[in-house]
Design a protein around this ligand. Structure first.
Ligand code: NAD
Ligand code: ZN
Length: 361
C-alpha cells in the first residue's frame, strides 16, 4: 500500500506493508544519481535488531554506506548527539548528493531529520520507522532535538523524500511501545473519524497479537488522517494543532516524571482522558467515558496521576509548552468525536479537573 503525502513544500510516498524495505533500493536507484554516500542513523537497540536487513537490501545498490549509532530513546535528541552526527557526516565526506536514512522510532527520526535538514543546508532523507508511534512522527516533517529547558525546542519543518513502513520491523516491539504508538492512533480517530474510533473500540482488545490485517488498517487510516491534516496545514498555523489532543497534559506528565520514564504515548493517553473530561464539562461532549477507560485499562494503560500534590507542577509544565502564545493554556477538546475545537481553559478549572485524574477514576 502506498499513501501519497501532499504538502505545499513537497509530495512524497509512504509505503506500508511487509518487506517494504526491499523497495527502498529501487527507490534510491530510481530517484537519485547518487555520487555521495548513504548515511544510516539508527539507535543501539534497533541496530542490533534490524540494521542488517536494511544494509543487506541496500548492498544491491553498490552505493557506499556508513552508519552512525545513537543512544536509545530521548537521549538521541540531544545537542551533543546532533553535533556528533554532523561531525561523523563530515568525516565520511557526505555531500549534497548523499542521503540520510533514519532507521528507528520517533526519536531517531527526529534527530536524523534535523541532521539532514541542516547538514550543508539540507540533504535528502528517508524515514524507515520501526515503532508504531513513528507512523505519526515519520510523516509530516517535524524534526527536532530537545533543549534542557524543553522538548523539541530546536527544530525545523523538513519533509522526507519517502517513508518506508515495514510491518515486520514492528514484531520486536515490547508491549510498552505498542501502547505508546496506539495512543496516537486513538488520538487520530478521536479528532477526525468516529467510524474509525468505533472500529478500534470494537476490534482492538489486545495489542499483543494484532493480526496483520488489523495492524495494516490501523496504520493506514492513522497515516491518512495525519496526511490530510498536514496537507491542509503543513506549518501548524491552524488545523494541525488538533493533532495535539492529549498532548498538553501528556507533555507535562513526561516533563514531570522525566522523559523516558513513561512512554510518550502512555502520557498522551492520560492527557487524552483529561481532554475528554474537559470536553464533557465545557462542550457537553456526549461520550461513553466509562467504556473508554475500561477499554484502555484492558489494553494495559496506566491512566492515573498518583500524587495530588503534583497538580501545580503539572500546571507550570503546561505553561511552558511552546504552543501557548500567552499565559492561558489552550487545549484541544472535542464537541463530538471527529469534531475538535480549541479552548482556552482558566488555571482554576484545570486544577479542578485534574482532581478527576487521581487514582481510582
Ligand atoms: P524511540 O525512537 O525512542 O523508540 C522507543 C523505543 O523503542 C527505543 O528504546 C527504541 O530503541 C525502541 N525500538 C524502536 N524500534 C524498535 C523495534 N522495532 N523493536 C524493538 N524496539 C524498538 O521513540 P518513539 O517512541 O518511536 O517516538 C517518541 C519520540 O517521537 C519522541 O521523542 C517524540 O517527541 C517524537 N515524536 C515526534 C513527532 C513528530 O511529528 N516529529 C510526533 C510524535 C512523536
Ligand atoms: Zn505525540
Amino acid at each position: 500500500e502506498t499513501i501519497e503525502i501532499k504538502t505545499p513544500s513537497k509530495s512524497y510516498p509512504v509505503f506500508i506493508g511487509r518487506n517494504t524495505v526491499r523497495s527502498l533500493t529501487d527507490f534510491i536507484i530510481g530517484h537519485y544519481r547518487l555520487t555521495g554516500k548513504i548515511m544510516i542513523i539508527t539507535d543501539e537497540k534497533v541496530a542490533g535488531l534490524h540494521l542488517h536487513t536494511v544494509k543487506e537490501s541496500l548492498s544491491q545498490t553498490n552505493i557506499p554506506i556508513c552508519e552512525y549509532i545513537v543512544p536509545e530513546g530521548e537521549h538521541a535528541k540531544s545537542f551533543d548527539v546532533f553535533y556528533q552526527c554532523q561531525s561523523f557526516a563530515l568525516s565520511e565526506n557526505l555531500n549534497r548528493k548523499s542521503v540520510i536514512i533514519a532507521l528507528g522510532g520517533g526519536a531517531v527520526g527526529d534527530v536524523a531529520g534535523f541532521v539532514a535538514a541542516t547538514f550543508m543546508r539540507g540533504i535528502p532523507f528517508l524515514q524507515i520507522p520501526t515503532t508504531l508511534l513513528a507512523h505519526d512522527s515519520a510523516v509530516g516533517g517535524k524534526v527536532a532535538i530537545n533543549h534542557p529547558q524543553g522538548k523539541n525546542m530546536i527544530g525545523v519543518f523538513y519533509q522526507p523524500e519517502a517513508v518506508f513502513f515495514d510491518l515486520d520491523f514492528l514484531r520486536t516491539l515490547p508491549p510498552k511501545e505498542w501502547r505508546s504508538g496506539f495512543a496516537e492512533v486513538v488520538k487520530e480517530a478521536l479528532i477526525q473519524d468516529s467510524d474509525f474510533y468505533n472500529w478500534l473500540l470494537s476490534s482492538i482488545g489486545n495489542l499483543n497479537d494484532l493480526t496483520e490485517e488489523k495492524l495494516m488498517h490501523m496504520i493506514k487510516r492513522g497515516i491518512e488522517i495525519k496526511a490530510a491534516i498536514v496537507a491542509e496545514d503543513e506549518k501548524e498555523t491552524g488545523v494541525r494543532a488538533y493533532l495535539n489532543l492529549g498532548h498538553t497534559l501528556g507533555h507535562a506528565i513526561e516533563g514531570l516524571l522525566g522523559y523516558g520514564s513513561i512512554s510518550h504515548g502512555e502520557a498522551v493517553m492520560t492527557g487524552t482522558i483529561f481532554a475528554l473530561h474537559l470536553s464533557q464539562r465545557r462542550l457537553g461532549l456526549d461520550f461513553d467515558m466509562q467504556r473508554f477507560i475500561s477499554w484502555i485499562h484492558t489494553l494495559g494503560y496506566e491512566t492515573t496521576i498518583d500524587r495530588d500534590d503534583k497538580k501545580s507542577e503539572l500546571l507550570s509544565f503546561m505553561k511552558r509548552d511552546k504552543k501557548n502564545v500567552s499565559n492561558i493554556i489552550t487545549f484541544v477538546l472535542l464537541q463530538k468525536v471527529g469534531h475538535p475545537q480549541m479552548e482556552d481553559i482558566p488555571d482554576s478549572e484545570i486544577l479542578d479537573s485534574l482532581s478527576l485524574m487521581y487514582s481510582g477514576k
